[in-house]
Design a protein around this ligand. Structure first.
Ligand code: ATP
Ligand code: MG
Ligand code: FE
Length: 355
């Protein structure tokens, strides 16, 4: 099926067009620059930017795919989780498009969309890690971005997704952004920390690994916490400055990055082992982190687990991944969502489609 997907859960206005698993267009307008001076995504600013970018982004995607809107079999849209005001813009646009074209509309879960990115094939698209080919199921999926840090068990993309755990405070990307800020590095912090850390010693400072102690594991085996780590880095830096010493930024960045990567992969691979699932899929913007991919590759190989990382262009938020899930829902014969659904900022990953 030919499906157009709209994504507006955070700061990317994404419109993607797919034919089944074939990617035809993936157009993204980001308001990231507008958030830079605030050090994080400002919901109202993001929502307004979506409103301004929506039409041109749709037009550009349609032109790139070389299709006519009338040829679409369906429209898919992210209805949650994400920023409420931002989601609403995408949902309204998708409804308007569906009504005006008289096409079925599918309301799709953003987190499941990140997994759907792995299905897509196209010219020049190469997976960041792992081979091209069928995504075998079940798989454990670790989704890490500025807004979420979630561990899922995916048995079926259109009917069976289980939530194993998630962050109980900051998302991993958010921690990168906050630590970068306290080190005086510009927003977004992830790429900056990555760059600076390359010159540092990851073993220089032993920062805490949240929710990894025996007493935490009982209730939070697959959950994450990064706010304690962030506070620990802040205290360490403060103390160094109070002592009149120079802050070894590269070592702090490398040690912080190591702590994040360690806890993410320890938990994800524990889930694979516990559940007997020999596959791990990574997704979300933090996958751009070089050290995360490196350690993931090493540890997955050692544990005999197949690691898959979609092309990085499909790891950050985009409309194609939403279209991909839309196409799966159409192909599986699922009924469309109708027009009564609304944006749901806290939609759980278990709810793949909203009606
Ligand atoms: P959502 O949470 O809805 O997916 P988002 O816009 O917060 O949306 P992405 O756009 O997927 O998420 O990713 C942005 C986040 O990824 C930022 O927090 C950024 O700092 C982080 N990031 C980007 N590159 C790197 C990197 N090399 N290392 C670590 N973090 C990175
Ligand atoms: Mg983003
Ligand atoms: Fe996302």
């Amino acid at each position: 099926p030919l499906v157009l997907g709209i994504e507006t859960s955070c700061d990317e206005t994404g419109v993607g067009i797919v034919r089944g698993r074939t990617l035809l267009a993936n157009t993204i307008a980001s308001s990231m620059d507008e958030h830079a001076r605030y050090g994080g995504v400002v919901p109202e600013v993001a929502a307004r930017a979506h409103l301004e970018s929506m039409r041109p982004t749709i037009e550009q995607a349609v032109a790139e795919a070389g299709i006519e809107l009338q040829d679409l079999d369906a429209i898919a849209v992210t209805c949650g989780p994400g920023l409420a005001g931002a989601l609403m813009v995408g949902v309204a646009a998708a409804k308007a498009l569906a009504v005006s074209l008289d096409k079925p509309l599918y309301a799709v879960n953003h987190l499941v969309g990140h997994v759907g990115a792995d299905l897509l094939q196209g010219e020049g698209l190469r997976p960041a890690v792992g081979g091209v080919g069928e995504l075998e199921l079940p798989t454990v999926a670790l989704l890490v971005s500025g807004g979420h840090t979630s561990l899922l068990l995916v048995r079926d993309l259109v009917s069976d997704v289980e939530m194993l755990g998630e962050t109980i405070d900051d998302a991993a990307g958010e921690a990168f952004d906050k630590v970068a800020r306290l080190l005086g590095l510009p927003y977004p912090g992830g790429p900056q920390i990555d760059r600076v850390a390359a010159e540092g010693d990851p073993k220089a400072i032993r920062f805490p690994r949240g929710l990894t102690h025996a007493k935490d594991l009982e209730r939070h085996r697959y959950d994450f916490s990064f706010s304690g780590l962030k506070t620990s880095v802040a205290r360490w830096v403060e103390k160094k400055r109070d002592e009149g010493g120079e802050v070894p930024i590269a070592d702090v960045a490398a040690s912080f990055r190591e702590a994040v990567v360690d806890v993410l992969l320890t938990k994800a691979l524990a889930a694979c082992a516990d559940l007997g699932v020999p596959r791990l899929l990574l997704g979300g913007g933090v996958v751009a982190n070089a050290r995360l991919r490196e350690v993931a590759t090493e540890r997955a190989r050692a544990a005999g687990i197949e690691l898959r990382v979609p092309p990085l262009s499909l790891c950050t938020d985009n409309g194609a991944m939403i279209a991909s899930i839309g196409a799966q829902l159409v192909a599986a014969g699922h009924a469309p969502s109708g027009l009564a659904f609304g944006a749901d900022s806290t939609l759980p990953a278990t709810q793949i489609q909203v009606r």
